[in-house]
Design a protein around this ligand. Sequence first.
Ligand code: NAP
Ligand code: GLV
Length: 308
Amino acid sequence: MALLFKSSWDRADWWRAELLKRIPDLDFRVWPEVGDEAAIDYALVWKPKPGDLARYRNLKAVFSLGAGVDHLFADPTLPKVPICRLVDRALTRGMAEHVLTHVLRFHRNLPGYERQQRAFEWKGLPIKLPEERTVGVMGLGELGGAAAATLADFGFGVRGWSRTPKTIDGVESYAGGGALDAFLSKCEILVCLLPLTRATEGILNRNLFAKLPRAACLINAARGGHLLEEDLIPALDTGQLGGAALDVFRVEPLPRGHPYWTHPRILITPHVASVTDPRSSADLVADNIRRIDAGEAPLYAVDPAKGY
Ligand code: NAP
Ligand code: GLV
């Protein structure tokens, strides 16, 4: 069986080594050395160009090299085969770590001390206990659910928003569009871990910011498309938002002249909140190949109608 690997970000040699450990007879082909296109059974990809995958007419499944599949559904010619996302405990732990890091940074007012240091100012800023701080997580799936549970374990007041209600220890669940305003009303730190779909595109915008407590902080580790870019700096400059930690952007890498680079209340990381590691993620891909070959349904196939 043949698998085509295509990514300009992930390491083909690492993936080859990890998948061959699990399926020694796998014919692992790396784009552009595709060979006979009709022989490709599986595609393991990150951000293929629209139209790329339609050429492999005997594909049995497409595997995303990440948790998100928005990069695949952006292609109107995407083959009608199972589209599987990555769910992996290392990816989940990495995201929980990223979110906890940034929540603690805002909670302990490190941005304020960084500003004071640049002004040679020695002054203690108000401190709250974690349980006095409300953190809201948008998206309570594999990643958001784990991040919310980690924050709750740490003692924060945690609430989460999802399409359907959730039961997570220490996390107050809000579900559906009708509950969004009530959810937002107390979030002093807001974390976005939604998938990017037609329903969530641009959801982080001035109307949403206006529903947060004044000086709330934003952590976006989901997708750049969730944020209406032009609404962020005015919200920061008027003080409606106190700070933003952004890992994802509409255009990546973030263009050199983009105003986010130099804004004093924005911290940028280059889409590294949680990075796929083939040492653990190859388990699911190999498992899904075996399942499909045995006529079973693959794990974590997404619903094309929902887009996640
Ligand atoms: P997931 O398991 O599919 O969870 C998605 C969550 O969002 C679910 O709780 C879902 O609600 C909720 N949701 C979806 N649409 C909604 C809507 N319209 N209104 C309210 N809630 C909605 O996804 P995941 O594995 O946690 O990953 C989330 C995203 O993280 C990925 O799609 C990707 O974009 C991003 N990500 C970023 C990085 C990075 O390094 N920056 C790394 C990995 C992933 P239900 O549970 O009710 O369906
Ligand atoms: C990364 O952004 C992912 O979707 O895994």
